[in-house]
Design a protein around this ligand. Structure first.
Ligand SMILES: *Cc1c(COP(=O)(O)O)cnc(C)c1O
Length: 366
């Protein structure tokens, strides 16, 4: 049995007619940018995230970038970011001319370690960008408390954890402004690029609405040097249909994770995901770790099981950040994660039999 890393079939097949009907509505409306579908989706996604305001934008990276712009972060500022994250988190900081300052993760949850944050704070630090990595909410109570104590802004990178909670609060509702992504493979995926910013600050929400639309509130009158980064009507219409199913898809991801936990327990050289007390995990990815990662991945390929590595090179060792001159060995936890992590197939609709097949293949080699 071939098991792909990701299949959309179980999510998309049952809602095909509903999504196509929603798309047809946009087609027939003759209104394609910033219309009723975007407004409706913004209201629905804001409510889903427990945030008062939601602004739909073109993608997750733009959401993070415009959050930083709206919060006034710029050249000379430092922003604390995880040493282990997708590069988008760092790129958003670089876009505004600020400096990303890496902080190592907790080696069991892989989320930024709150106990290490204060040591990285300097007179130039303006903000912390926690990333709810792989779908697990960061320890937001501690992070918000540190931010309060040092008068820092918080921008959550919620691209991977829509619907997760930390001590009962939803991801995307804690920070001053928070970015998420609806890239197709994310837990809530569009049919192309899309993203959103959530915030509880009305003035900030208005600023971001202006920024995403050429710096304009009134057509052809431009207040600031803005961007063209709008969520479009077609994506909003499709997302609106998919959002209704997200809680059920999340339950299915969590069930798949429980099956993996049961079937992969007790293997010496295999570390399974750990969820911190007080946090929930929506399993955007199910990431295991082993010292024999490359051999395991090769073996799984030959048995027809798709896997990916999130992520093979931490941002500080990417060529794009060579100018920062951070030597290998500076962030050993991030580097070890890059060398040992493997993401197993994880998608709503995976069956217990799928999981058993993956587990049997892993057991035969480890
Ligand atoms: C996907 C992702 C982003 C960027 O989202 P895009 O929509 O691809 O721009 C940012 N941060 C993290 C952690 C992501 O996984």
């Amino acid at each position: 049995m071939k098991i792909p890393f990701l299949s959309f079939t179980p999510q998309h097949a049952p809602i095909r007619e509903e999504v196509l009907a929603a798309i047809a509505t946009v087609y027939d409306s003759q209104w394609y940018v910033l219309g009723q579908h975007v407004r409706d989706f913004e209201a629905a996604y804001g409510a889903f995230s427990g945030a008062r305001y939601c602004i739909g934008v073109a993608n997750g990276l733009d959401a993070l970038h415009m959050s930083l712009v709206a919060l006034g972060i710029g050249p000379g500022d430092e922003v604390i970011v995880p040493s282990n994250t997708y590069i988008a988190t760092w790129l958003a900081v670089s876009y505004v001319g600020a400096t990303p300052v890496p902080v190592e993760p907790d080696p069991t949850t892989y989320n930024i370690d709150p106990r290490r944050i204060e040591a990285a704070i300097t007179a130039r630090t303006r903000a912390i960008m926690p990333v709810h990595l792989y779908g697990q909410a960061c320890e937001m109570t501690q992070i918000m408390e540190i931010a309060r104590r040092h008068n820092l802004l918080v921008i959550e990178d919620n691209a991977q954890a829509q619907g997760a909670t930390a001590h009962g609060g939803l991801t995307g509702s804690f920070g001053h402004a928070n970015g998420t992504s609806f890239y197709p493979g994310k837990n809530l995926g569009a049919l192309g690029d899309a993203g959103a910013i959530t915030t509880n600050d009305e003035a900030l929400a208005q600023k971001i609405q202006t920024l995403r639309n050429y710096g304009s509130q009134q057509k052809y009158y431009n207040e600031v040097i803005g961007y063209n980064s709008r969520l479009d009507e077609l994506q909003a219409a499709a997302l609106m249909v998919k959002l209704k199913h997200l809680p059920e898809w999340t339950r299915q991801r969590q069930q798949v994770a429980r099956w993996y936990d049961e079937q992969l327990g007790g293997i010496d050289d295999l570390q399974l995901p750990v969820t911190a007390q007080g946090s929930t995990h929506v399993f955007h990815l199910y990431v295991v770790r082993t010292s024999r990662r490359d051999a395991l991945q090769q073996h799984l390929i030959t048995s027809g099981v798709g896997t990916l590595i999130h992520y093979p090179v931490p941002p500080h060792l990417q060529q794009a950040y060579a100018h920062m001159g951070i030597a290998k060995g500076t962030y050993p936890i991030a580097e070890e994660l890059a060398d040992t992590s493997l993401s197993l197939p994880m998608w709503p609709g995976m069956t217990e039999e799928h999981v058993a097949t993956v587990a049997a293949s892993i057991r035969s080699v480890l």
